[in-house]
Design a protein around this ligand. Structure first.
Ligand code: ZN
Length: 650
C-alpha cells in the first residue's frame, strides 16, 4: 500500500542555495490553517452575504484567493492526506476515515522537517488523531483524543479557541527558528456546539454561528501573529478539506456525493513580507463585524480564477520556499498563477468511494476542466459551473460527445498513476481498532472492508439516496437508545433491498446489544453466505461466540477470517484472548504481537504486558504497559499494572 508515498521521493536534503523570498531574514515560517467542513461560498470574501467573516477575509489582503479549488475527496482524512502528500486517494490508498497512513509517507511535514524546519500540529478533530498516521514529520503532534474516555461525539472535537491557544503556546517557545505549524479547526463539523454567545445570534444557521465563532477565534490568533511579527514573516495558508451539503442534492453533511457543495473549498495564501496596502473591500457591509488588524499586503494577484485542487497546495508551498518537490507529488505549484502568470488549464480530479465501500454501490469520480464538471457514475452528469454553480441542470443529455471526451480524460488521468487495488477479500481498507464508534457518533458509516460480492453492482448512489438516509436514521435511532425503532427501520430497508448487507450487520449488532446473541449469530451466518469474505460480519460473529463463551466456535471464525484477511486486528486479538484464557501463553503473545503489527492498540499492548508479566519478564512487561499508556494515557488498568511492577522492583 502507498507505494506512491514511499521512499521513491528524494527525502529532500536541505538545499545548498535557496532563493529566500524578498526582504527575508531567513526561510519564512509556514502556517497552515485547515478549517474543516468549510464551504467556500459561506465566506464573505467568496461572496457570501448572510454573514461576514472579516478575519478570514483579512488574509486575502496581502494574499491570493484561489476562487475555484476542489477537494480531492470530501472526507476528512483522505482529503488531508491528499493535500499533505500531494497524491490522489486512488493512488495513495487512503479513501476513508479510520484508515492508517503507513509509515514512510512523504509529506509536506516530513520534507520541511528534513529542511531543518521545526514542525508542530494542533488538531481539533478525531479523524486526524495521531493513531491514523498523519503525525509523520511532525515533532509535536497535539491530538488529545483517547478513545477510552470518550463519552460522546463532542469528545471527538475540541473548540477552535483551545486548539489555537495550544498553538500560540507552542509559538511562544518556537517562533525564533523556521517552523511549519499546522492547525486544524473542527468546529464546523457536526455536532455543533458553538459558545452560547454565538448560538444566541439568530437567525444565522447553526453552521454560520460556528463559522462566526471560528472567524473570531482566528481573529485573536491573527492578532497574536501580528504581535509576534509573524503576520509579516510567515506564509499563511488557509483552506478547508471539504464543504458541507447543508441539504443540497438531498445530502445533509458530506462524503456521499461529489457535488460542488462539498468539493468547492476556500484556499487563501497570505504571502510574507508584503508591503503594499490595499483598502478593505467590505467597508460598506451592514454588519458591524470588522477585522481588528490588517495583514501586510503583497504584489501577488489578489485572485486566481483558474480551477485547481488541494493537491496543489504542498507543491505551491515548496516552490515558494524554493525547495524541490519530491517525485511522488502529483500536484502542481500554483505560484505562477498567483504571480499573475498563465499556466495551461489542468484537469482537477475528485472522488468518493464512500457509498461503494459501505454498500457496494458505484464509486463516484469527477473531472473539472474549465467551467465544466463531469461526474462519472452509472448515470453520469455534466454541469457548467459558470452558469450553474449549484449543479441544478444536468447538461449531459444534450452534450454526450463532450461528456464522452471528459470520461476519456478522467480515465487517462487515473491510468497515469498506479492505483492501490481494492483486492477482493484482502482487507484493503484497514481501519484502526476503536474507530467504529467514533465514526458512528460523528455521523459517518463505519467501513471495515469493501464488499467484493456486491462490488460493481452498477447501482448509482443518486438512486439510493433514500435508502442511505434511512440507513443513517436507523443508525441514529440505534445510537440514541431507540433499539426497537432502529430494528424496524433496518428491517424495512432489508425488505426493499435484501442485499443491503450493512443493514443485516447492523441488525446483528442490535441483537447483540439486546442480548439476543444467537439471533445475531444466525443473521451473520446468513450474511456470510451472501458475501463469504465480509470482514465485518466475520469479526462480529467471532466476537459473539467469544462473548457467550463458545471459545471453539469463536476460534474457528477468527481462523477463517485470517484466511482472507491475514492481518485482521480483531481476529488476532480474539485468538490472543482465547489462547491466554486456555493457558497457551506463547501462542497468546504471538497473536497479540500480530495484532500490534497492524494498528496501534493500547489493549493489545496491555494484554501482551499481562502475558509477559505472568512469565516474569518484567522489563518487557513494563515496556508494553508503557506503550499502552503512551497511546492512551487514561488507561487505568495499564497504569495499575505498571505501578505494581515498579513497586515490586524496589
Ligand atoms: Zn473534514
Amino acid at each position: 500500500m502507498l507505494a506512491v508515498l514511499l521512499a521513491r521521493a528524494t527525502p529532500a536534503a536541505p538545499a545548498g542555495v535557496r532563493p529566500i523570498p524578498s526582504g527575508s531574514d531567513g526561510p519564512p515560517p509556514v502556517i497552515l490553517i485547515s478549517v474543516d467542513t468549510l464551504r467556500a461560498d459561506h465566506l464573505s470574501c467568496y461572496g457570501y452575504s448572510r454573514l461576514r467573516t472579516p478575519h478570514i477575509d483579512a488574509l486575502e489582503r496581502g494574499g491570493t484567493l484561489f476562487a475555484e479549488i476542489s477537494s480531492q475527496a470530501p472526507i476528512t482524512l483522505p482529503s488531508h492526506v491528499s493535500l499533505f502528500t500531494s497524491t490522489y486517494p486512488f493512488a495513495n490508498g487512503i479513501r476513508e476515515n479510520g484508515q492508517i497512513v503507513p509509515p514512510g509517507a512523504v509529506t509536506l511535514a516530513t520534507i520541511l522537517n528534513a529542511h531543518g524546519y521545526n514542525t508542530a500540529a494542533f488538531i481539533g478533530g478525531y479523524f486526524l488523531d495521531r493513531r491514523y498516521g498523519m503525525a509523520q514529520g511532525f515533532q509535536t503532534y497535539d491530538s488529545p483524543f483517547g478513545t477510552r474516555v470518550l463519552k460522546g461525539a463532542l469528545d471527538l472535537k475540541r473548540p477552535a479557541s483551545q486548539v489555537l491557544e495550544a498553538a500560540e503556546h507552542w509559538l511562544e517557545q518556537n517562533s525564533g527558528h523556521p517552523f511549519l505549524l499546522f492547525v486544524h479547526l473542527f468546529d464546523l463539523h457536526q455536532p455543533y456546539a458553538a459558545p452560547a454567545a454565538y448560538r444566541a445570534r439568530a437567525p444565522a444557521s447553526e453552521y454560520d454561528q460556528e463559522l462566526a465563532y471560528v472567524d473570531d477565534s482566528l481573529g485573536s490568533f491573527f492578532e497574536f501573529l501580528a504581535r509576534k511579527g509573524l503576520a509579516q514573516r510567515a506564509l499563511v495558508v488557509l483552506f478547508s478539506d471539504h464543504g458541507e451539503s447543508l441539504g443540497d442534492h438531498g445530502e445533509s453533511t458530506h462524503g456521499y456525493f461529489i457535488y460542488r457543495s462539498t468539493l468547492h473549498v476556500p484556499l487563501i495564501f497570505h504571502w510574507p513580507h508584503a508591503t503594499e496596502t490595499r483598502n478593505s473591500k467590505f467597508e460598506n457591509g451592514k454588519s458591524t463585524r470588522v477585522s481588528r488588524f490588517e495583514f501586510p499586503v503583497s504584489s501577488f494577484s489578489e485572485r486566481v480564477e483558474a480551477p485547481a485542487g488541494l493537491i496543489d497546495v504542498a507543491p505551491t508551498v515548496l516552490s515558494f520556499l524554493g525547495f524541490q518537490a519530491p517525485e511522488s507529488f502529483c500536484g502542481h505549484s500554483l505560484l505562477e498563477l498567483a504571480k499573475g502568470g498563465i499556466s495551461p488549464p489542468r484537469d482537477v480530479y475528485s472522488e468518493s468511494s464512500y457509498a461503494h465501500d459501505k454498500f457496494g454501490w458505484a464509486a463516484l469520480r469527477s473531472l473539472r476542466r474549465g467551467d465544466y464538471q463531469y461526474i462519472d457514475a452509472p448515470h453520469p452528469e455534466l454541469y457548467d459551473l459558470k452558469d450553474d454553480p449549484a449543479e441544478q441542470h444536468d447538461l449531459l443529455p444534450g452534450h454526450t460527445a463532450l461528456a464522452a471526451s471528459y470520461r476519456e480524460h478522467l480515465a487517462a488521468l487515473v491510468a497515469s498513476y498506479r492505483s492501490v487495488p481494492a483486492t477482493p477479500g484482502a482487507s484493503a481498507i484497514a481501519a484502526a481498532p476503536g474507530t467504529a464508534e467514533s465514526l458512528r457518533s460523528l455521523g459517518y458509516l463505519e467501513i471495515t472492508s469493501p464488499h467484493p460480492a456486491l462490488n460493481d453492482s452498477g447501482v448509482d448512489p443518486k438512486d439510493r439516496l433514500f435508502e442511505y438516509k434511512r440507513y443513517l436514521l436507523a443508525g441514529h435511532l440505534a445510537r440514541t437508545g431507540k433499539a426497537d425503532e432502529a430494528v424496524a427501520e433496518f428491517q424495512a430497508i432489508l425488505a426493499d433491498d435484501p442485499r443491503n448487507l450493512p443493514a443485516s450487520i447492523e441488525l446483528a449488532r442490535l441483537d447483540v446489544a439486546l442480548h439476543r446473541y444467537l439471533d445475531g449469530a444466525s443473521r451473520l451466518q446468513a450474511a456470510l453466505k451472501l458475501d463469504p469474505h465480509n470482514v465485518e460480519a466475520e469479526e462480529l460473529l467471532g466476537d459473539i461466540w467469544l462473548t457467550v463463551g463458545e471459545l471453539g466456535r469463536a476460534a474457528a471464525e477468527f481462523h477463517r477470517l485470517l484466511t482472507f484477511a491475514p492481518h485482521d486486528y480483531e481476529a488476532h486479538f480474539g485468538l490472543g484472548l482465547i489462547a491466554a484464557h486456555q493457558g497457551r501463553s506463547a501462542e497468546a503473545a504471538e497473536h497479540f504481537r500480530a495484532a500490534l503489527a497492524n494498528p496501534r492498540s493500547a489493549e493489545a499492548h496491555y494484554q501482551l504486558g499481562l502475558i509477559l508479566e505472568a512469565q516474569n519478564l518484567k522489563p518487557e512487561a513494563v515496556r508494553e504497559f508503557k506503550a499502552a499508556l503512551q497511546i492512551d494515557p487514561q488507561y487505568r488498568d495499564a497504569r495499575r499494572e505498571l505501578a505494581k511492577l515498579n513497586s515490586a522492583g524496589h
